[in-house]
Structure formats: C-alpha cells, structure tokens
Design a protein around this ligand. Structure first.
Ligand code: CA
Ligand code: CA
Length: 478
C-alpha cells in the first residue's frame, strides 16, 4: 500500500500500480493469449452465482472478454444502440466510465453474434477497443478518447471477431473478411498506420494474432484459411508459412512455455469423416447454370452445404458466383484439414523455417482456443467433450465429457492446477489440470456466456450475457 500511496503522490503512471494488484490481464486470453492465470494465488475450485462471488455488476450485452490493468477492468458492450467501452473498478465492480464509439453503419453479424465481439487491449497507459462497425479507438485510463482510426464495416456475414493486441508502442490488428483482408500495425500514440500487409488471399477468419519469439526476434503469427503465417514484427513481411489447416480459423494460437507454437483450426467440411465435396465449375455449371449466363446465382444452387455458403462463394457480394470465385473456394474446400499442429522453430539462427512437431485431427473445437498448461493441451468442444493431449507428442491422455454439455464459445483458462470451462449456456465446469483430468465442480449461471474469463492474482472475472462477476477465495482478499 505504501508503494501505491507513493506512486499517487509522485503522480506516477497507473501502470506502476499493477504490482499492488498482482499483475494484469492485458488482452483477449491474457498474456499473449495464453489463457494462463497471472500470479500464483490459489483459485477457487467452486464458483457460481452464489459461490465465492466477491461482486457482481449488471452490464449491457457484448461478447468481448474483460481485460484488466491496475485497478481497472475494461470491456466493450452494446448499450441500447450504442457501441461502448466500459471501465470498471477492479475492487468493487462499479462502472467508472463509459465511452461511445462513433458508428455510421452497423456491420452484419451472426444471429448469435454481437456488435461488441473483439476484446479491448490495454498496457496500463491506454486502452484500445475495436468494433467492426467503427474501427480502432484509443482512450487514456480516464476514458478520454485519444484518437479514432475508422475501418469497416467489413465484407462479412459474421462481423469482426479478431481482437487487437498491444505490443510495445504499437497495436496489431488482423481483419480477415471475404474481401480486403489485412494485418496492420498502428502507432499507439498517434493512431497512424506503421505498416499494413495485404491479406486478400484469406477470406473470413477470426483468430487473434499472437507473438512468437524466435531466436530473439518477434514474429506475429496469424493462422487463417489453409495456412499459418509468421510475419516480421517490424515490417509486416511474411517470414514463414505452415500449410495444411482448415478453411476458416477462429481459434487463437498458443505459445507454450518451451516456445512451441500450437495452432488449432476447425471448420465444417474439413474433418476426414465429414468432407464437403465441391464439383469442378464446368461440371457444376453444365447442370446448374440454368440461365446460361456463365455465373451462378443463389437460386441456381441445389440445396446443400454449398448453397448454404453462397455468400462465402460470392466473395465480392455481387449476387453472382463467377468461375474464378467458385474455383478458388473449391480449392479451399478441397485442401482444408481440421487439425491442431505443434510447430517448432527451424533451428539456431534460422527464423525463416519451422518444422511440425506433431499433428492431431480429432474432436477439435470450432471457437474456444486451446490452453496449454502443465505439459498438457486442453480443448473443449460442443457437447462438453474435453480432450487432453500430451503437449510434447500430441497423444491424447484422456478424452471425455464434462457436466456442461452445451456449445462452447468461451475459451478455457487455467491456473492453480485447474482448467475452467464455460459453456454457451452458462455452465461452468472446473477440471483438474492433469493427464487423467477429473471434474472437480460444476455450476450453472442461468445466463448465456461467450466471453473468456480473466484470471489475475486469485481473482476470476467472468462475463455472462448480463453480468460481470468477480470470484475469489475470500481469505485472499486484495
Ligand atoms: Ca447463372
Ligand atoms: Ca461475385
């Protein structure tokens, strides 16, 4: 506490106060998207609406995950019709400020989606929010808007999902949509674009980039349609690629403690047992181009998985699928493989090559990213099917169901020997982080849940459809 008072007296930056609060959870899934608890304080085995809740605050809806710095928690939401960034007091849960993002036109979202999907990022000096309907916004810790970089709405049916990350003095934003995909680095002080890399090769994807340190050099890793790419941190140039993943990637990669990179990728049609076959254009058009105009309109497609994805095939949304659009999507379906891959750097002094340590292709999730802890990779998919793989070999140690059997969007988080799993229907299951994991507890929130909890210094900040909860063992109060 003396440190805190001294810092305040000296007018020091709030970032310095972080130590008093026991660390930060700076972005989606915490430090470099790891999903690992910050600090080594014990975490509760049981938590639920009435168990180990320290405070609870009603919030407007939004799917973004809470991030934490010093005495503040930040998240985004849709209040009435407005896109807002909200700051809460970490000790009490009280809303401290709320800032509205300008919006001229709302993006298109999935029926269970939200206009507030990407999570904010903070470094204790600024907080940045990203909305597909507004762009990138930067605030100081008191909610004063410092700048706004307008982007979007994007050409996508599901809106923006990938979260911005803050590294040093730059913000990294990856947005893959049906056209005009890009990765960019933005100066956090001015909002100016430092570099912007064209990614129009990649249609819609939603993973958040991670930073991979290879031989002391930072690379930005983005997994997307058919391949993972490592980009140079300074220039945005492509350094390496690993091919052989899914058609769409939603899950965010994880860098393990030993520097191994884990990339999990799943999309419909990419399982070996359930492939979506797309006929060659000439063969297809001979039967289905009924008006003979050389392109395919939606009503010319027969019912089935391709017609359901008409708007993905019609990448530029002209209402017509050209031969070029059709064939490029056919190649993507043909080459797609749902898989989790463990990737190692190529060797000493070599930053441009990588090698695949192992691959595993069964029971993969769609949205929740893996978490790697205690030498194990944990994944949860719809139905509450949990897979635990040996992180060194990719061999399953135990696969089975937990009590929470709904769908899963929230990513698992781990700490204090436990893994926390939160289903779409607000079922929380806690399992032990061991090869033969066991279910330790389960609870129901009676509210839907999409956000990934933040776990900092013995506290778990968990967002449901209508609330933000703070959990913790009361005998370890801050
Ligand atoms: Ca036609
Ligand atoms: Ca078209």
């Amino acid at each position: 506490m003396r440190t805190l008072i001294l810092m305040l007296l000296l007018g020091g930056p709030l970032a310095g106060v972080g130590e008093v609060f026991g660390g930060d959870w700076p972005q989606f899934r915490g430090v470099n998207s790891s999903g690992l608890a910050v600090g080594d304080r014990p975490l509760p085995v049981e938590l639920g609406p009435a168990k180990n809740a320290i405070w609870k605050t009603a919030l407007p809806p939004g799917h973004s995950s809470p991030v934490v710095s010093a005495n503040r928690i930040f998240l985004t939401a849709v209040r009435d019709n407005s896109l807002v960034t909200i700051a809460l007091d970490r000790s009490t849960g009280k809303i401290v400020w709320e800032a509205e993002a300008p919006c001229r036109q709302k993006e298109v979202i999935h029926r269970i989606g939200s206009y507030a999907q990407p999570s904010p990022a903070t470094d204790g000096e600024v907080v940045v929010s990203f909305f597909g309907s507004s762009g990138l916004l930067c605030y100081d810790m008191h909610g004063k808007q410092l700048w706004h970089l307008p982007t979007g709405p994007f050409n996508d049916d599901y809106g923006a999902g990938s979260s911005p990350i803050l590294v040093d003095d730059r913000i990294l934003v990856n947005q893959d949509h049906d056209t005009d995909s890009f990765l960019m680095a933005v100066d956090k002080r001015t909002g100016s674009v430092i570099w912007k890399t064209d990614r129009s090769e990649f249609p819609r994807n939603y993973a958040t980039p991670v930073i991979w340190q290879v031989n002391g050099e930072r690379q930005i890793v983005v997994p997307a349609t058919l391949r993972v790419v490592g980009y140079d941190f300074e220039t945005g140039g492509e350094v390496w690629t690993v091919r052989g993943i899914s058609r769409i990637v939603i899950m965010t990669p994880v860098v393990g403690q030993d520097g191994t990179l884990y990339v999990a990728a799943w999309a419909p049609g990419g399982d070996e047992t359930e492939r979506i076959e797309v006929l060659p254009f000439a063969q297809f058009a001979a039967t289905y181009d009924k008006d003979g105009n050389g392109t395919l309109q939606e009503n010319e497609f027969p019912d089935g998985p391709v017609r359901q994805r008409f708007r993905q095939f019609d990448r530029d949304k002209t209402g017509h699928v050209t031969k070029e659009e059709y064939e490029s999507m056919r190649e993507i379906f043909d080459a797609a493989h749902n898989v989790i891959i463990a990737i190692r750097p190529g060797g000493v002094g070599d930053i441009t090559h990588t090698h695949v340590l192992w691959k595993y292709g069964r029971l993969l999730p769609y949205c929740p990213s893996p978490v790697v802890t205690d030498g194990l990779v944990f994944m949860v998919k719809e139905g509450g099917v949990v897979s635990c793989l040996d992180a060194k070999t990719g061999r399953p140690t135990k696969q089975g169901r937990v009590s929470g059997t709904a769908g899963y969007y929230s990513s698992p988080v781990a700490g204090d020997g436990k893994v926390y799993l939160l289903s779409q229907r607000g079922e929380l299951t806690v399992i032990s982080a061991e090869p033969q994991w066991q279910e330790l507890s389960s609870a129901r929130f009676e509210e839907d849940a999409y956000a990934t909890p933040a776990v900092v210094n013995g506290r778990i900040y968990l967002r449901t459809a209508g609330h933000l909860y703070c959990f913790g063992l009361t005998d370890s109060s801050e």
